[in-house]
Design a protein around this ligand. Structure first.
Ligand SMILES: *Cc1c(COP(=O)(O)O)cnc(C)c1O
Length: 355
């Protein structure tokens, strides 16, 4: 068996969920979209089933996968429905859904549910991606409130820059939201992970925790609000080849790295086809039997070369952590010029082990 293993620690997931919930006073939906940020949506949802207030996914297909696996808690569709036909499945599976556009509102008004829906009505409070403009929000809310198709309306918005706590942008979004919503009845849902961690005023009736559940803080280095989160995934492989090179030798595609000293190169089974970001090449951290070293040369499709020169005890069979407890996922993401979310979502081909 190829030794690339993604170990998903479900106890850490539960720990992180409880941290998210303790931060706020209301309900906390566990966001398990995109296959639980690459961790396995069904397994993660089942592991949280006795703790969580509910789940959030991107779309109907993701919700149906959870229902088929026996997940009975509330599930919110964060993008809402794409076609009117989806509303019968929404009703049948008792799903909650976002209404973020006039088109989605029209679909809802045309539906004939036997049992009225729970709807999250989304305002564009400044992100300018999805949602009703503030000046249109009250009218949309009144339409829903007057409709016998809707039993519960949650006022909702989403932050563009909650992961930059030093900025005033999040505060400005909250002011826009509240200036309209304070005159409208019902529950509210605003905070994502960064909102939960850093913005007291963002925590309302229903919070939506995503990345923090998986043990990665969305905040930049230097903000320690997420320090107690526990990494859920550990991606490990093994050294399966070792070679000694003199100084001055290129390593890997493009010869982008040239040995500066006599170098012991370890070969490990993991590559960009497994989701390890190719942009995180020379210099990216790895941990060999718990000791930090680095990638040398380019990440290729199935293999990575690492520097074992200062780790003489390491050799064939040594365990290499790509990320997890010694190497933080945020370090790898930074090396690749991206965020933990993208790196985690991309993991594939590895053997998944749940513990
Ligand atoms: C993905 C998503 C979240 C969760 O965001 P995190 O930053 O991962 O906590 C919350 N709300 C909406 C609307 C989302 O799409």
């Amino acid at each position: 068996m190829r030794p690339l293993i993604a170990t998903v620690r479900l106890d850490n997931l539960r720990h992180n969920y409880l941290m998210a919930r303790q931060a706020g006073t209301g309900l906390t939906l566990a966001v398990v979209k995109a296959n639980a940020y690459g961790h396995g949506a069904v397994r993660c949802a089942q592991a949280l089933a006795d703790l969580a207030d509910g789940f959030a996914v991107a779309c109907l297909e993701e919700a149906l996968q959870l229902r088929a696996a026996g997940v009975a808690l509330p599930i919110l569709l964060l993008e809402g429905v794409f076609e009117a036909e989806e509303l019968s499945a929404v009703e049948h599976h008792d799903l909650w859904f976002v209404v973020q556009s006039p088109e989605q509102l029209t679909m809802l008004e045309a539906a004939k549910p036997a049992k009225p829906y729970t709807v999250f009505l989304k305002m564009d409070s400044g992100m300018h991606r999805a949602g009703f403009a503030p000046q249109d929000f009250a009218a949309a809310h009144c339409k829903l409130a007057a409709s016998d198709k809707v039993a519960r309306i949650v006022k909702m918005s989403h932050f563009a820059r909650a992961d930059e706590p030093q900025l005033s942008a999040t505060h400005a979004q909250l002011e826009v939201f509240d200036s309209v919503c304070r005159y409208l009845p019902g529950e509210e849902s605003i905070a994502n992970s960064a909102g939960i961690l850093c913005h007291d005023k963002a925590r309302r009736n229903i919070n939506r925790a995503g990345i923090m559940l998986y043990g990665a803080s969305p905040l930049p280095a230097g903000f320690d609000q997420g320090a107690a989160l526990k990494p859920v995934m550990r991606l490990t492989s093994k050294v399966f080849g070792v070679r000694e090179l003199p100084a001055g030798q290129p390593v890997g595609y493009g010869g982008s790295f040239v040995t500066e000293r006599p170098t012991r190169v370890g070969l490990i089974a993991c590559g960009y086809a497994d989701g390890y970001p190719r942009l995180a090449s020379t210099g990216s951290p790895v941990a060999v039997d718990g000791k930090r070293s680095r990638i040398i040369g380019r990440v290729s499709m199935d293999m990575i070369t690492i520097d074992l020169t200062d780790l003489p005890e390491a050799g064939i069979g040594s365990e290499v952590e790509l990320w997890g407890d010694t190497v933080h996922i945020n370090e790898v993401a930074a090396q690749a010029g991206t965020i933990s979310y993208e790196v985690l979502c991309n993991v594939k081909r590895a053997h998944f082990v749940y513990e």
